[in-house]
Design a protein around this ligand. Sequence first.
Ligand SMILES: Cc1cc2nc3c(=O)[nH]c(=O)nc-3n(C[C@H](O)[C@H](O)[C@H](O)COP(=O)(O)OP(=O)(O)OC[C@H]3O[C@@H](n4cnc5c(N)ncnc54)[C@H](O)[C@@H]3O)c2cc1C
Length: 318
Amino acid sequence: MSEGSPSPPAKLERDYPLARLTTVRTGGPADFFARPETQDALVELLAWAEKESIPVGVIGSGSNLLVADDGFRGLAMKLGGALTEVERDGTHLLCGGGARLPSAAAKAAGWGLSGLEFGINIPGTAGGAVRMNANAYGGQLAEVLEWVEVSTAAGTERRAPEAFDFVYRNSNLGAAEVVSRASFALTPSDPDDVRATLASMRGRRREAQPSGIKTFGSTFKNPDDERAEGRSAGQLLEAAGCRGLAHGGARFSAKHANFVENSGEATTADVLALMAEGRRRVKEKFGVELEPEVQVLGDVDVPGWHERGASERDRRSS
Ligand SMILES: Cc1cc2nc3c(=O)[nH]c(=O)nc-3n(C[C@H](O)[C@H](O)[C@H](O)COP(=O)(O)OP(=O)(O)OC[C@H]3O[C@@H](n4cnc5c(N)ncnc54)[C@H](O)[C@@H]3O)c2cc1C
C-alpha cells in the first residue's frame, strides 16, 4: 500500500481462500477479500483499490470461474447483504447484483411474473448473468433486462441494456465495473403456469446434464465454424474421444463431455491441461478451434485465448 494513503475499508480480509467460492472448487487465495453489502460500501472499496493500484475481481456464485492455483494478487469481492436481495415493484423484478438467479426465477414465479424462467437452471447471480449474457432454453436475458446499475470507483450509474454490447456469452463489462443492481421487466402470468414451466425446465436439465458435481458448466462455447457442421462443443469433444478423459483430478464428465468436473483433488492446472488436450483433439479431428467460455481470476493462461489475441485478457484485467 502506498505511503500516506487512506486506511483500507473496514472488514477487509487478507489471504482469503477462494476455491470454496467457486463451483469447481480449485484455486488459491486472494491477497484481499471483502463482502460489500451496499452500493456505497462497494464504491468505497473500488475507489480504495483504484487509488492503491490494486486489481479487483468480483465473484458471483463462481459458477463460471477458474481461480489461479497461486491465487489472485488483488482485491476479490463477493456481494452480500442488500446487494443479494430480490424485490418486486409491480411487474418489475429488482435484483441485487449478487442475487442468485434460480431464486430470483422462483420468486418471480411465486409472484406470477413470467420472463425469467430460464434463470432457474443457471447457477449464477444476476450480476454474473449480465456480465456473461447468460442464457438457457431460448430465454434471452437482454429481452427482459430493463436497466442495470454499475458501480465503479467513480460511483454508481444506471445503464440501459444496449450499453453492454451483448454477444454470445459476453458483454463489454470490465473487471472494475460491478453490476450492483438490475431490473427485469416481466409479464403478469398465472403462478401455477410459471411454476410448471420451471419444473419442466429443471426436468430437462436433469436429463441432459450431470448434477451434484464440482464443475463450472460449459467449458467451451458452441463454435460458429462451418467445419463443426452444426455440432455443439460437447458433441465435438465427445466425437474426439474426450468423454470421461481425465488429467489429474479433472475429467470431462461422462454425462456431458463439455463439462469438466473436479473429482476431488483437482487443481486449476489439471483443469487447464485437460482443456488443452480437449481443444487439441477437436482441432486435430475437425479443424475447429474451441473457444473457452470460462472466466478467470488471477494469472491463468486459458488454452484458446491466444488465438483471439490478448485483447480479451487486457480488457478483463484493466
Ligand atoms: C451446472 C452449471 C450449469 C450452467 N448452465 C448455464 C446455462 O444454461 N447458461 C449459461 O449461460 N450459463 C450456464 N452456466 C455458467 C454460469 O452459471 C453463468 O455464466 C453465470 O452467469 C455465471 O454467474 P456467476 O454469478 O456464477 O459468475 P462467476 O462465475 O462468479 O463470474 C463469472 C464472470 O462474471 C463476473 N461477475 C460476477 N458477478 C459480477 C457482478 N456482480 N458484476 C460484474 N461482473 C460480475 C466475474 O468477475 C467473472 O468474470 C452453468 C454453470 C454450471 C456450473
